[in-house]
Write a protein that binds this ligand. Structure first.
Ligand SMILES: Cc1cc2nc3c(=O)[nH]c(=O)nc-3n(C[C@H](O)[C@H](O)[C@H](O)COP(=O)(O)OP(=O)(O)OC[C@H]3O[C@@H](n4cnc5c(N)ncnc54)[C@H](O)[C@@H]3O)c2cc1C
Length: 407
């Protein structure tokens, strides 16, 4: 038995960076093994994952391991304390991505007692993005993890209390709108004079037969994360015809001979610039009007993706593709399950807000990718976080100036 946690991964893998950052933030020592340079590391990863390259694979001193664990699973495994210091806050921010953290910086700087709760790690999607080239102020671009670290440091400087690896499972207005009760998956309840929902969104799955079993074994949702695994393969498939699908498809051409875009409709929905790039790229091909029937594993018992069954929506004919892997980019689902029936949502499940980013529930605000009408960009998420902070300040001031009724 080893006495140190060992993290097996690769430098280009965002989930590996997230796990390393999470362990580092919690002051947990670990050994890092880059499987790109350590053949023994590849062997250990494959042994632990039935022959699959699933990273990060984290091996613990008791001999057990976790493959691609969430921060919540890691926190549980290392016995992390996941309770906040107080029970009542001026502001509880649900979601520690760029939007939520920006609001927290503004609020704490104005001396509001602020708690941020994040189900994974602080920094949100930005924190696991390889590189950001369009965020103002960084002419050379900036690594997502570095930007996230800087935002977190700024929040720490102003005394924001932050919980990681804790999901919020429910919120409820209490005391006739005086407070918001925020329930965490740990069973703890926290009370906020105001609350911000900044929970972003998650990549959508196809729901087709076989998908669930093959996730991580040939079906992926992040090209930056998993594309390099397929260096030298002949074909990859990308599902979807929007901006993300085309951007990620073009990115994947550096690893393989051919990238096939499979689109359900009869045209691409990405912007014209991307469509032109795809049309001009010999390594890209596009199939239109194809519906996913299902995914099948290889017959060799490896458990890896063997075939994708597609149905031509015009002719009804079913065909098979045999790519090395399939990357799914068919949209994002907002992380709003826990507020359904509490705050008003639009028909896509995004949170509706009014003046000052407040929802229909007094004292509950929303900002960033989770908000209806947001533009799903980092700079706008940060801007919305700032706007929400000002709305929250005005709300709290108005609450304080309300006359107190004596019985
Ligand atoms: C691969 C990739 C590349 C990108 N590249 C760019 C780019 O180049 N330029 C650009 O401008 N934008 C880019 N974006 C988009 C940008 O990252 C997002 O617009 C931005 O991060 C949105 O910020 P947010 O705070 O609204 O949400 P998020 O960043 O999604 O943060 C939401 C946070 O809420 C947490 N959360 C979710 N549910 C719960 C819950 N129930 N309880 C507690 N916490 C919860 C999540 O763990 C997450 O940390 C990219 C996104 C991805 C995925």
């Amino acid at each position: 038995m080893e006495d140190m946690i060992r993290v097996y991964g690769a430098s280009w893998c965002p989930d590996c960076r997230r796990a390393k950052r999470f362990l580092g933030d919690q002051r947990v020592s670990f050994e890092w093994h880059d499987i790109e340079t350590d053949p023994d590391g590849v062997r250990i990863v494959q042994e632990r994952n039935n022959g699959n390259n699933i990273i990060p694979t984290i091996v613990f001193p008791d001999g057990s391991h976790l493959s691609e664990p969430s921060n919540e699973e890691l926190a549980e495994k290392i016995g992390l304390e996941r309770a906040a210091m107080m029970h009542v806050y001026d502001l509880i921010v649900i979601g520690g991505g760029p939007a939520g953290l920006t609001t927290s910086i503004y609020a704490a700087r104005e001396n509001q007692q602020t708690l941020v709760i994040d189900s994974k790690g602080l920094g949100g999607q930005a924190g696991v993005t390889e590189r950001l080239d369009n965020y103002p102020g960084f002419p050379e671009g900036i690594g997502g993890a570095e930007l996230a670290d800087r935002i977190v440091q700024q929040a720490q400087k102003y005394g924001v209390e932050m919980l990681q690896a804790v999901s919020v499972v429910q919120i409820e207005s209490e005391g006739g709108g005086e407070q918001v009760d925020v329930e965490a998956a740990t069973g703890d309840h926290y009370h906020g004079r105001s609350a911000l929902i900044a929970t972003g969104s998650t990549y959508r799955r196809t729901g087709a037969e076989g998908e669930e079993d093959l996730i991580g074994a040939g079906i992926h949702f992040c090209a930056t994360c998993d594309g390099p695994f397929y260096k030298g393969a002949s074909q990859l498939v990308v599902l979807g015809g929007g901006n993300s699908a085309l951007e990620e498809g073009l990115f994947l051409t550096q690893f393989v001979d051919k990238v096939t875009i499979v689109q359900r409709g009869d045209r691409l929905t990405a912007n014209k610039l991307l469509q032109d790039k795809v049309n001009m790229d010999d390594q890209m091909e596009v199939l239109f009007n194809r519906e996913i029937v299902g995914f099948r594993a290889k017959d060799d018992g490896s458990g890896k993706l063997g075939a994708i069954e597609l149905k031509d929506r015009e002719s009804g004919q079913v065909e098979e593709l045999h790519p090395a892997a399939c990357f799914v980019f068919i949209g994002l689902d907002p992380n709003t399950d826990f507020v359904k029936g509490v705050v008003d949502l639009d028909d896509r499940g995004l949170i509706l807000t009014g003046m000052g980013m407040m929802t229909n529930v007094p004292g509950v605000f929303a900002a960033g990718d989770v908000r209806s009408g947001s533009t799903k960009q980092l700079a706008s998420a940060v801007g919305e976080g700032a706007a929400a902070a000002i709305g929250i300040r005005q709300f709290l001031e108005a609450q304080e100036s309300k006359p107190v009724h004596m019985m």
